[in-house]
Design a protein. Structure first.
Lengths: 158, 754
């Protein structure tokens, strides 16, 4: 089986990899590039734990073929903090205790960031519907929604 | 195994109200940064050099005899390094362990759709998948049985022979593995005193714990018989016990390290793939990583029991329950399942009753082996009881909270399952619900308000903790229970409180199985209670040692040194004039005063203290579609003492939402062929953010006499009330009673239309 050569931009850095035709972007991120922050909860696009952005668009990386990333820009959870400085969303998730086990947290953060980039002043209902593609089984979502609303307010003020 | 002890001896450890400095605050959790940056390592996140990928071949049938398995073609495939079947495991040392092993790998018969029959390890996932296709299994397909009522019938297909309960009534199937009964008082006499008696039958579907992290592990076993296992589990000591048993190893040869765990809820209290990965690694001589996909998680891990229950309750006109009886029938999949016992013991636990009996059966079916799920057995036992009470309240035109208060268990109540309750929080919880603005808000058309009580026993159990004083006066705590919802924070808080030092000076880590004494599984809401208790005792042990060092230095009696706010001080003017010494000062001279200082505590903790909760829900039904919209939800629960209130609220909210899913959406759906039809998150729909309103959590604190700070477990009770609260709310909204879960829109619509 011949492998496909891909050049892409990952969290601002140029990266190259070889992938097999059936491998997903999530496979490559986790198994080839050692970025295990994106999680595989279902492999079918239902849980959102593998959320990344591709050219700024929120996608489930388990539904994107690795070969499709050629020439694109990928952002993952590993690119969200700026060195030692957490993104407002990351800090607010900690402040609001918006995680219990934490497996869904990277996906929620990536998805919430994509929302706030499109809509800096969402209503609570808008946040709940935008994040309906991300499953959390621990929190009942309450503290997650509070964290996102608070981060949005802080980012608008900043 | 759920090592739960109920109503055991209570140790009066609670020392009375005190002004906490750290306990009750909300500091940041120690694993927080790792989890918001993607650095935290969960089960599937670790790799090893030369690692193989393991995959499992699963039964396509609900019930089939395995006549033969031919693995030769798979073994011959380039890149395949090992293949295992049940023949590669030792016989387990006891019957429960054998069941766990036979669930990991079918022996002789495939007992349910998705039951593992063989496994391969190969250089890549692609090769492993190809190899599975080359394994030839010759099946003799057998008749199957899925529903509990069918499996009880004398002519039902037998799931496993020879497992029939000795006391099972004649004329019923060999599938009945348990029959038992709890209660007291004269039922006939009690029912004779009632003004109204009703009896109803309720049905619940099996649900899955639905943790977002699939089971995952990395196993390495060498030819010398030594092995290391990394896995996501709620109890790595139990994983060690089972795996060592199945592989014929001595315990010391297997070291298990628990990864960060991406949710468990009881579903990660046993093994599924871990022994298989070890067997593959042993045969291949290389590390093997195994990760279930979501379909496998649904087909071959979890789920809960499903149930069919009759409840009969008699009540006076003014709302006093005179007698209560329940007949519970649980199916817990293809193996004997003891969950029925928890159901029977919890069904009427919230009430102070003169005449009560709960009896019930566990029955085997061709479904996956049941695993614990948050208060296992209690939600589906309490749902029908709370449903009948609510219906009686409607018939007799009584306030549902008043009636519950009138019958509520309190200190001194002889519980329906035997023991007499000590200080418990049900009355306070009901009163808080009664006074809350939620209960006083008017309802609109098509809206209903549901109420339910909930109960869980809570557990203590075997616990070891070490507390190491570092040379700079900071503290390292070593404990052995995977942190499933912030327990490292609460344990650090309790140590900080007891030592009198800031929370930030403490770091708590979870030891592997070689680095600390035995610990029971993270279950039964035991960790903040039992590990907390052991941590406080370990801190006291360290304090005693520090005081002893200082006494020597000051040349006074040990008794003349006291510990206060992180300092050793002379006990009084008679002890002498000495400058208090801080923990850092004592640590700095530890080497010259007798060596390192550490505190330890090992205990089989008792006195966990039972837990009660009350939930209120307002909901609205769309009469055109049968769709339920939850308008408002409030949880009231007794935490004893909330160590980290954020995480107590989180447990209350999370459990409530899992219960909402159970009530409205979630179910295992089987076709007539006995195959599971919805093994994925698209068709097995757990609640999403847009399904829900904010969940308000009201914490009550009725101290548990069995814990120095009054702590009770809080993790499980919250999943119990939603089933009945939702059912009662829907029933009131549509004006017809509902008797089956989940209450999907078509079912509600059908009930509305009669």
């Amino acid at each position: 089986m011949s492998k496909i050569h891909v050049t892409t931009t990952l969290n601002g850095d140029q990266v190259e990899y070889l992938c097999e035709p059936q491998e997903t972007l999530l496979d490559i991120l986790r198994n080839r590039l050692n970025l295990t922050g994106s999680k595989e909860g279902c492999g079918s696009g239902d849980c959102g734990a593998c959320s990344v952005t591709l050219d700024g668009r929120l996608v489930c990386s388990c539904l994107v073929l690795a070969a499709e990333a050629e020439g694109r820009e990928i952002e993952t959870i590993e690119g969200m903090a700026d060195g030692e400085n957490l993104h407002s969303l990351q800090q607010k998730f900690l402040d609001h205790a918006a995680l219990q086990c934490g497996i869904c947290t990277p996906g929620f953060l990536v998805a919430a960031k994509a929302l706030l980039e499109k809509n800096p002043d969402p209503t609570e209902t808008e946040v709940r519907f935008w994040l309906a593609g991300n499953l959390c089984r621990c929190t009942g979502y309450d503290k997650i929604i509070n964290a996102v609303m608070d981060a949005a307010a802080e980012m608008r003020g900043a | 195994m759920l090592p739960l002890k109920c109503g055991g001896r209570k140790m009066a450890l609670y020392t009375g109200k005190r002004n906490f400095k750290v306990v009750g605050t909300r500091p940041p959790r120690p694993d927080g940064i790792d989890k918001v940056t993607g650095r935290a390592l969960f089960g599937a996140d670790l790799s090893a050099p030369g690692m193989l990928v393991g995959q499992i071949l699963r039964s396509p049938h609900a019930h089939a005899r395995i006549k033969s398995i031919d693995t030769s073609a798979a073994e011959a495939l380039s890149g395949v390094k090992s293949v295992v079947t049940s023949a590669d495991f030792d016989k387990a040392s006891n019957s429960p362990n054998q069941d766990a092993l036979d669930n990991c790998m079918a022996r002789g018969k495939a007992l349910y759709h998705g039951h593992a029959v063989a496994a391969v390890a190969a250089t890549t996932a692609y090769v492993a998948t190809q190899a599975l296709k080359l394994i030839k299994v010759d099946y003799n397909v057998l008749p199957h049985v899925i529903e509990v009522e069918d499996a009880m019938m004398a002519n039902a297909p037998i799931v496993q022979g020879g497992r029939r309960a000795d006391n099972a009534p004649d004329g019923l199937s060999e599938n009945i593995t348990h029959y038992m009964s709890f209660g007291h008082g004269g039922l006939d006499e009690g029912f004779a005193k009632a003004d109204k008696i009703i009896e109803r039958t309720f049905k619940t579907a099996a649900t899955h714990q639905g943790y977002i992290e699939p089971h995952a592990c990395l196993a390495t076993m060498g030819p010398d018989g030594k092995a290391d296992l990394w896995c996501c589990t709620q109890g790595h000591y139990y994983v060690r016990e089972l795996c060592a048993d199945f592989l014929g190893m001595e315990t010391s040869q297997l070291r298990v390290t628990a990864s960060e765990i991406g949710g468990g809820f009881g579903g990660k209290t046993t093994v599924f793939i871990e022994p298989v990965a070890l067997a593959l690694s042993r045969k291949a001589g290389k590390p093997v990583k195994m990760v279930m996909n979501r379909e496998e998680v649904f087909k071959a891990s979890g789920p809960t029991v499903s149930s069919l229950t009759d409840v009969k309750i008699g009540m006076t006109k003014d709302g006093r329950i005179t007698a209560a009886h329940a007949m519970l029938r649980y199916q817990g999949g293809a193996f004997p399942c003891g969950t029925i016992e928890f159901g029977l013991m919890s069904a009427f636990a919230a009430y102070d009753l003169d005449a009560v009996q709960a009896e019930g059966f566990n029955v085997m079916t061709n479904r996956p082996r049941q695993a614990a799920y948050r208060a296992p057995g209690a939600p589906v036992a309490i749902y029908p009881v709370e449903g009948v009470i609510d219906e009686l309240c409607q018939i007799l035109d009584l306030d549902p909270l008043e009636v519950r208060l009138k019958n509520a268990a309190r200190k001194g109540t002889k519980s329906s399952y035997g023991p007499t309750f000590d200080d418990i929080g049900l009355v306070a919880t009901l009163e808080a619900a009664q006074k809350h603005p939620h209960y006083l808000t008017p309802l609109g058309p098509n809206q209903g308000r549901g109420v339910s009580c909930g109960f869980w026993f809570n557990f203590g159990g075997n616990t070891s903790v070490s507390l190491n004083l570092n040379a700079d006066g900071t503290v390292g705590i070593v404990e052995g229970n995977p942190d499933i919802g912030g327990s490292r924070a609460s344990i650090s808080q309790m140590a900080a409180e007891e030592l009198g030092i800031p929370y930030e000076k403490i770091r708590t880590v979870i030891a592997d199985t070689n680095s600390l004494g035995f610990n029971d599984v993270t279950d039964g809401s035991r960790v903040t209670f039992a590990v907390g208790l052991a941590t406080i005792k370990a801190a006291q042990d360290a304090v005693q040692k520090m005081c002893s060092r200082v006494a020597k230095l000051w040349d006074i009696d040990e008794d003349a040194v006291v510990w206060e706010d992180g300092y050793a001080k002379p006990a009084g003017p008679n002890a002498g004039e000495f400058e208090p010494m801080s923990i850092a000062e004592i640590a700095a001279i530890a080497n010259s005063t007798g060596g390192p200082i550490a505190g330890h505590h090992e205990v089989n903790a008792d006195g966990a203290g039972v837990s009660f909760g009350v939930h209120l829900v307002d909901l609205e039904i769309d009469p055109g579609t049968g769709q339920t919209t939850i308008l408002r939800y409030t949880v009231f629960q007794d935490a004893g003492k909330a160590v980290h209130p954020d995480y107590v609220e989180g447990q209350m909210q999370g459990g409530a939402v899992q219960g909402i899913g159970w009530a409205l959406n979630e179910e295992y759906i089987y076709g007539p062929d006995g195959l599971l039809q919805n093994p994925g998150f698209l068709d097995y729909r757990i609640p999403v953010a847009s399904d829900l309103p904010p969940i308000e959590a009201v914490i009550l604190e009725i101290p548990n006499p069995g814990h120095p700070y009054g702590v009770r477990g809080v993790g499980e009770t919250s999943i119990v009330p939603p089933l009945a609260a939702l059912s009662n709310g829907v029933s009131r909204a549509i004006g017809h009673r509902m008797y089956e879960l989940p209450m999907s829109p078509p079912k509600i619509l059908k009930t509305i239309k009669g």
